[in-house]
Ligand binder design. Structure first.
Ligand code: ADP
Ligand code: MG
Length: 392
């Protein structure tokens, strides 16, 4: 395979190790500076230039996009996607993971532990929001901070309000998050490649510090993750659209709480801590997946008019409950079931003799007119608070 590693720095540990691992496996590999691309957008002919020369053909790219160049970097990756080149991480995955609010929003509808988080703009909404996430002490976070910079632990609600007001006055977006104190300044980094965790470590904050980032003096130690932690890490990466990710989890009382998912996880800390060939695992994975570049299902499938993708929910008491898929009549209605979602399990391409259960959700492609009758009417959101008369 011919692989391009997109990185601004070809001398850093991660770039060096990835390049080395690719060469050891007899692949062709180049580290290309992400900012030296030009993106040509023309009808039916997406193209890329590198240092003003037309880019030769690559089978795969491995983006290592730093936070400071997210916009340009994701545009380059998107262009490779338009040219049907396999990218280890999708451009939307990288963009999703960059923003702490956006990534938690996406994860929140799935059965995945996350610290309770809230995002407010109006001054008057800050105090009630702090109460909703469990009261002080409370974590305040800049949406796009890294290395622990921009993560503050406020001891009291008043201090939290003052900090938020100050940050907002400098046009910074901040979110409020429950302080997961039982994690005791520790977190777990799981290095996800495809559908498995290939290495994991725990980071432990030192002294009075609550942040475990290595840049804040955190020390690393080896950790054996149980299945819940592994599955949570892999699912979080997959949901965000990342095949290679560093998933950071707090060790909450009820299990893993996803804090953030990094789309360009560093290799140095994890390889030194675990002694494992993580770079090799990344390269082997890419080589095995190179024939399957990212494609936007909705974009591709909805071109035929009257057809589309929809999720069908099987409610309790529905005529479909207990029926095999082949006897459900969906196929004769021109509806194909792409995957079946049951609780937090996913069955891809369910077999014809698979029996449906109440509360199953079927991801389908088919005739919209037929699916319309099967999509349940939209439920109103339940509110925990007694309904007050509207004020405006
Ligand atoms: P960054 O992108 O700057 O690393 P994180 O969200 O990962 O920001 O937070 C940095 C560190 O702060 C984490 O590694 C963890 O140790 C600590 N931390 C962050 N959020 C919480 C929280 N909700 N509860 C407890 N500790 C937290
Ligand atoms: Mg972090």
């Amino acid at each position: 395979m011919k692989l391009a590693i997109l990185s601004r720095n070809n001398k850093c540990y991660s770039s060096r190790r990835l390049r080395e691992a690719a060469l050891q496996r007899d692949h062709q590999v180049k580290v290309l500076d992400t900012l030296k691309f030009s993106i040509d957008v023309m009808k039916a002919k997406p193209d890329l230039y590198f240092r003003s020369k037309q880019l030769s053909h690559y089978d795969a790219v491995l983006p290592r996009i730093g936070a400071s160049i997210t916009y340009f970097g994701t545009a380059v990756v998107r262009q490779f996607e338009q040219m049907d080149v396999f990218s280890a991480n999708s451009s939307t995955g990288i963009a999703n993971s960059r923003d702490k609010l956006r990534s938690l929003q996406i994860l929140s509808r799935h059965h995945i532990g996350i610290p309770e988080t809230t995002f407010v703009r109006d001054k008057r909404d800050v105090l009630p929001a702090i109460e909703r996430v469990g009261g002080a002490p409370v974590i305040i976070k800049l949406l796009e901070g890294t290395q622990g910079v921009g993560v503050i632990l406020a001891d009291s609600a008043n201090i939290a309000c003052a900090i938020i007001e100050t940050l907002q006055s400098t046009k910074q977006n901040v979110l409020l998050q429950k302080f997961v104190s039982e994690s005791k300044g520790r977190d777990v980094r799981a290095f996800v490649v495809g559908d498995r965790v290939v290495g994991a470590m725990r980071r432990v904050a030192q002294g009075q510090e609550f942040r475990s980032n290595v840049h804040r003096g955190g020390k690393t130690e080896l950790v054996e993750l149980d299945d819940t932690y592994r599955e949570t890490a892999v699912r979080a990466a997959q949901i965000l659209g990342l095949r290679i990710a560093g998933v950071d989890m707090l060790e909450g009382a009820d299990g893993p709480q996803i804090m953030e998912v990094n789309s360009s996880p560093g290799l140095e800390g994890i390889e030194i801590c675990t002694g494992l060939d993580i770079a090799g695992a990344v390269i082997d994975y890419i080589a095995g997946q190179v024939d399957f570049p990212e494609l936007d299902l909705r974009q591709r499938l909805t071109v035929s008019s009257g057809y589309g993708v929809s999720e069908i929910h099987i409610p309790d008491g529905s005529e479909y409950v207990g029926k095999e898929l082949q006897k459900s009549g969906l196929r004769t209605k021109d509806i194909n079931v792409l995957s079946l979602h049951r609780g937090d399990k996913v069955v891809p391409n369910p077999k014809p003799d698979r029996k449906l259960e109440a509360d199953d959700r079927l991801l389908c492609f088919g005739r919209l007119e037929e699916m319309r009758h099967l999509v349940p009417p939209r439920k109103r959101k339940r509110t925990k608070i007694a309904r007050l008369p509207p004020t405006s």
